[in-house]
Design a protein around this ligand. Structure first.
Ligand code: FAD
Length: 452
């Protein structure tokens, strides 16, 4: 039998529209399907993202007829070892542009002893680094990026499936680990895997896409696509969505395309500025003073538990703990609250999000946070401080979102739930800060930042 290649799955846990499979097919057509459980990536993921990942792997394994080789360890050791064991001709991957993934792939490439690492496609409609301004520098502002992104365009979905490659049965491979089964206590998360992703997309497209442009900011209506966990793990590629929207210029399709452009934009920004995974994009903010000490820690705990006394903030934080997901508008509100009302550094909040989000994605998360804190690219101006009460009234005008997530407030009717004019009901805290005061403190601290 001819020597196989290796298809190393990472953030592409699907078989349809997977260009990597075409390159494996061109390379002899027989392959070992590999996934490496890498502690460096599992550690920052809390149970929600880990169990969603495991679910996606189980579905992929089923689609491959039980032929997914799952190995635990450091990919820079595991991948060359598996390639050597099967005498692989090449290792096929979708390119990874994250700071850790790009570095890891470079090390793997060096350790493969002449076996090529073939990168085909990426998790993005347009791969990071591809679009640049006319002077060759990367975009720093979203709107011109989106224009160039749309003009660049994307390929049609690749016609692939399980049949594209003949999969080798890795049963005899010693280091294979069984996939963990679903835990009895696992919280309810979205159904995992490729089939569920495609169903979710088609359901959304046919039912909720109409009205998306106007209603997507309304957490009480809850009509966004909820594709983010599937996009995170590549159970669906954005190209599949964009292809379905082709030729549509209505407001709803345009708005959804715009959101997918944000995803590509932030990946592009992180690619050019890997330091922004931890540090401010705008270094002027490096001098800003944050609160610290026991009182700051207590405020942080109240925020994480959804006990700040600000109903929209608490609803969002409780949704995060319960569902591993939060509505985008509410993510912006809670992030603004942490940074501008509690004066805590954005990375503390970003770390909490990355632990609990099923869709936790370094580029979208860190830059979503930096946008809210004012220190990111294309950020909200630092002097625009969200008033959480007004935001709640505006975007949850029925109050249904708050009542869904904060049971103590279920007896408060309509939008009064945001202002609680009769005071907090039993069991619900008083506001932990005075927004008007903290807004002034934030503006004063921002005003003292060093000049650019
Ligand atoms: P839809 O409105 O249906 O949008 C469709 C897709 O477009 C999303 O699935 C997502 O892939 C992309 N998208 C939408 N809005 C954004 C955005 N603002 N930035 C980047 N991509 C976007 N998104 C993540 O996928 N992972 C994260 O870790 C993450 N952290 C965030 C942290 C903060 C503080 C903020 C403000 C935003 C964050 N976002 C993150 C972006 C956004 O909140 C989610 O993508 C969105 O809520 C997912 O829900 P949906 O799939 O229903 O979105």
């Amino acid at each position: 039998m001819s020597r196989p290649s290796l298809v190393w799955f990472r953030r592409d846990l699907r078989l349809h529209d997977l260009p990597t499979l075409l390159s494996a097919a061109d390379d002899g057509g027989t392959a070992v399907a590999l996934f490496v459980l890498d502690e460096a990536l599992l550690r920052p993921s809390g149970p929600p993202r880990r169990s969603f990942l495991e679910g996606c792997l189980r579905v992929l394994d089923e689609s491959l007829g039980g032929r997914l080789l799952v190995v635990r360890g450091d990919p820079t050791v595991v991948v060359p070892a598996v390639a050597a064991e099967f005498e692989a001709t090449a290792v096929h991957v979708s390119a990874d542009f994250g700071p850790y993934g790009a570095r890891r792939d470079g090390v793997v490439e060096g350790a493969l002893d002449g076996v090529p690492l073939v990168r085909t496609g990426s998790p993005y409609a347009v791969a990071p680094g591809r679009i640049r301004k006319s002077d060759g520098t990367p975009y720093q502002v979203f709107t011109p990026f989106r224009r160039a992104w749309a003009a660049h365009g994307w390929r049609a979905p690749a016609e692939t499936g399980a049949h594209t490659v003949t999969w080798i049965d890795p049963a005899g491979f010693d280091a294979r680990v069984p996939l963990p089964g679903p835990g009895a206590d696992d919280p309810e998360f979205p159904p995992a895997g490729e089939r569920a992703a495609l169903d979710r997309w088609r359901d959304f497209r046919d039912r909720d896409l109409t009205g998306y442009a106007t209603d997507r900011d309304r957490p009480d209506l809850d009509v966004t696509s909820r594709l983010s966990p599937y996009l995170k793990f590549g159970c669906i590629h954005p190209r599949t969505v964009l292809y379905d929207l082709a030729g549509r210029s209505d407001a709803d399709a345009t708005a959804l395309r715009g959101e997918l452009a944000w995803r590509d934009f932030y990946a592009d920004v992180l690619h050019h500025r890997p330091d922004t995974a931890r540090g401010n994009y705008n270094h002027r903010f490096d001098t800003i003073v944050h609160d610290s000490g026991a009182a700051a820690d207590r405020a942080f705990d109240a925020w994480t538990q959804g006990r700040t006394g600000f109903p929209i903030v608490d609803a969002g934080m409780r949704q995060l703990l319960a569902e591993g997901w939060m509505h985008n508008r509410v993510r912006m509100i809670v992030a603004s609250f942490l940074t501008k009302d509690l004066h805590l550094p954005w990375w503390r909040g970003a770390r909490h999000f990355m632990t609990h989000l099923v869709d936790g994605d370094l580029a979208s998360n860190q830059h979503g946070w930096q946008w809210a804190a004012g220190c990111g690219t294309d950020a909200a101006p630092y002097f625009r401080v969200f008033n959480p009460t007004v935001q709640g009234e505006k975007f949850d005008p029925t109050g249904d979102y708050v009542r869904r997530w904060v049971p103590e407030l279920r007896g408060v009717a309509g939008r009064r739930v945001h202002r609680l004019p009769d005071g907090p009901p039993p069991g619900y805290p008083h506001p932990i800060v005075d927004h008007a005061v903290e807004r002034r403190v934030a503006l004063e601290r921002y005003g003292r930042m060093s000049s650019p």
